[in-house]
Ligand binder design. Structure first.
Ligand SMILES: Cc1cc2nc3c(=O)[nH]c(=O)nc-3n(C[C@H](O)[C@H](O)[C@H](O)COP(=O)(O)OP(=O)(O)OC[C@H]3O[C@@H](n4cnc5c(N)ncnc54)[C@H](O)[C@@H]3O)c2cc1C
Length: 422
C-alpha cells in the first residue's frame, strides 16, 4: 500500500477549524489561566461543547464511524481514521494550550476506559451523555498514594452486597485529571462520571481488577483536594476518596467473572494502548508551539534558518533549530504509525508506548532548548516559552512514565512478561 503523507480531507478541515479555536480562544487566555490556577474557562468549554456537538464529535474519544471518504467519492473504499482524526485534533488543541485541552468537555480518560472495557450496552448507556445539552466530563481513577507505576499495588476494593446487588467501593485515588469537573455537580455542566479501578478479588492479583462507573454526585465520594502544579495549571487534578460508595451491579465494566490467567487489567492496558499515542500527540503540539515561536522570534530579530547548507556552515542556533525540527517530525511519525494501527485494529502496544516515550523526550528537549535559545526572553513571563517548558514535562509522567513505557517497549521487543522484566 503506498504511503500517503497528506491529511485526509475531513482531518484537514477539522485542523483548520481548530487552528481558529487555538488562535482565538486558547492562546490569548493561556497566561491568565496559568496564573489563576483552577479558574474555569467557561467560554472555551461552552464553545467546544457546541462545536463538537455540531460536528458530531461528542466524546473526545475515537468515533468508530469516522472515515476518510467524502461525498464526492462514495464508491471509494474509505480507510478508518478515527484515531488519526483525534490525534490531529489533540495536537492542534495542545498547540493552542495543552492545559485547556485537558478540560475540553467530553469523556476524556473516563470515556476511553468505557470504550476499552465496556460492553456495547454499557458504551451506549454511559457515553450518550457527552452529546447532551450541557458540557459534561469523564475521568479515570487508577493511581493511588502507594500505586502509580506499580498498579498491582492498588488497594481500592469493591465488594458485592448480594442483598442489594450493589458494589461497595472503598479506597483513595489521587491525581485524577478532570476529577472535580467529572464528579462534583456544577450548574454549568452535565452529569459526568468517574471510572474507578478496584479489586474484586484480592487473591487473584491483576486478574481481579475491574473498572466501575461511579456517577457524579454518588454518596460516599469526596473530592478531597485539587493539586497545585508546575504546569497545565488550568487542568484540575483531584484527590478522590471513596467511603462505602455503592454503585449498581451493572456499572462494573465488562464481566465480573474472575478467571485464572485472564487479567481484568487487560481493560486498563487496552485503555492505555488507545490513549498513549494521543498523549504523545499532545506533546507534539506543545513542542511545535515552542519551535514555531522560536523561529518567529528569531526571524523578527533578522535571523532566518538557512536550510540546505552543509552542517558545518550553519550557525549553532541554526543547527539547534534544525535538530528540533527533526525531533518533532520523528515524534509525529511515531504517533501516526500508532494511531494508524489502532484505526486498522492492529495490536499497537509496542508502537503506542514508543510514541509516548519519544514524545515525552522531544517535548521536554524542544521546550527547554526554546527557552535556552531565546535566553532572557525565553525565561520571561511576557512570552509563553517558559510556560510551555513547564507544561511539557507532564507528557513524560502521566499514562505511564518514560521509564515504564521503556519497560513496556523492552518487554514487547524481547518477548518478556511483566514478571520477567520489571
Ligand atoms: C498532572 C497529573 C495528572 C494525572 N492524571 C491521572 C489520571 O487522570 N488518572 C490516573 O489514574 N492517574 C493520573 N496521574 C498519575 C500518573 O499516571 C502517575 O503519577 C504516574 O503513573 C507515576 O506514578 P507515581 O506518581 O506513583 O510515581 P512512581 O511510580 O512512584 O514513580 C516515581 C519514579 O520512579 C520511576 N519508576 C517507577 N517504577 C519503575 C521501574 N519499575 N523501573 C524504572 N523506573 C521506575 C518512575 O518512572 C518515576 O520516575 C496523573 C499524574 C499527574 C502528575
Amino acid at each position: 500500500m503506498p504511503i500517503e503523507f497528506e491529511n485526509p480531507k475531513p482531518i484537514a478541515q477539522m485542523q483548520f477549524m481548530l487552528q481558529t479555536v487555538a488562535d482565538n480562544m486558547m492562546r490569548p487566555h493561556s497566561r491568565h489561566f496559568d496564573e489563576n490556577e483552577h479558574e474555569i474557562p467557561f467560554s472555551y468549554i461552552e464553545f467546544m461543547h457546541t462545536a463538537m456537538k455540531a460536528t458530531g464529535v461528542g466524546t473526545m474519544a475515537p468515533q468508530e464511524t469516522a472515515s476518510s471518504g467524502t461525498d464526492t467519492d462514495p464508491g471509494k473504499k474509505r480507510p478508518p481514521i478515527a484515531y488519526q482524526m483525534l490525534a490531529t485534533m489533540l495536537e492542534m488543541l495542545s498547540w493552542g494550550d495543552v492545559g485547556m485541552y485537558l478540560i475540553t468537555p467530553g469523556g476524556g480518560l473516563g470515556a476511553a476506559a468505557v470504550q476499552a472495557a465496556g460492553t456495547p450496552e454499557q458504551k451506549a448507556r454511559f457515553l450518550a451523555r457527552f452529546g447532551d445539552e450541557k458540557p459534561t466530563f469523564g475521568a479515570m481513577c487508577m493511581t493511588e498514594p502507594q500505586a502509580g507505576s506499580d498498579t498491582s499495588a492498588i488497594r481500592t476494593r469493591a465488594v458485592l452486597d448480594e442483598k442489594t446487588n450493589e458494589w461497595v467501593i472503598n479506597g483513595q485515588k489521587i491525581f485524577v485529571t478532570a476529577g472535580d469537573k467529572a464528579f462534583n455537580p456544577h450548574d454549568e455542566f452535565g452529569r459526568g462520571f468517574l471510572v474507578v479501578w478496584a479489586s474484586i478479588d484480592q487473591e487473584a492479583g491483576r486478574a481481579g481488577m475491574r473498572a466501575f462507573v461511579v456517577e457524579s454526585g454518588t454518596p460516599g465520594v469526596t473530592v478531597a483536594k485539587l493539586e497545585h502544579k508546575m504546569g497545565i495549571r488550568v487542568s484540575d487534578t483531584a484527590a478522590i476518596s471513596l467511603d462505602n460508595v455503592r454503585v449498581p451491579y451493572e456499572n462494573l465494566l465488562g464481566s465480573s467473572t474472575v478467571e485464572k490467567n485472564i487479567t481484568g487489567f487487560k481493560g486498563a492496558m487496552a485503555t492505555f494502548d488507545a490513549t498513549r499515542p494521543l498523549v504523545a500527540a499532545t506533546g507534539v503540539g506543545v513542542a511545535r508551539a515552542a519551535l514555531e515561536e522560536v523561529k518567529k522570534m528569531l526571524s523578527e530579530r533578522g535571523i532566518t534558518i538557512r536550510y540546505g547548507l552543509p552542517r558545518q556552515k550553519l550557525t549553532s542556533v541554526e543547527r539547534d533549530v534544525i535538530d528540533m525540527e527533526i525531533m518533532l517530525r520523528a515524534a509525529w511519525l511515531m504517533v501516526l504509525k500508532a494511531v494508524w494501527m489502532a484505526d486498522n485494529k492492529q495490536p499497537n502496544a509496542l508502537e503506542s508506548s514508543m510514541s509516548k516515550v519519544k514524545s515525552g523526550d522531544i517535548v521536554t528537549k524542544i521546550t527547554q532548548k526554546a527557552v535556552e535559545i531565546m535566553g532572557p526572553l525565553g525565561y520571561n513571563r511576557a512570552y509563553l516559552l517558559e510556560k510551555w517548558f513547564r507544561d511539557a514535562k507532564i507528557t513524560d509522567i502521566y499514562e505511564g512514565t518514560g521509564q515504564i513505557n521503556r519497560l513496556v517497549v523492552a518487554r514487547q521487543l524481547l518477548g518478556y512478561s511483566g514478571k520477567e522484566l520489571r
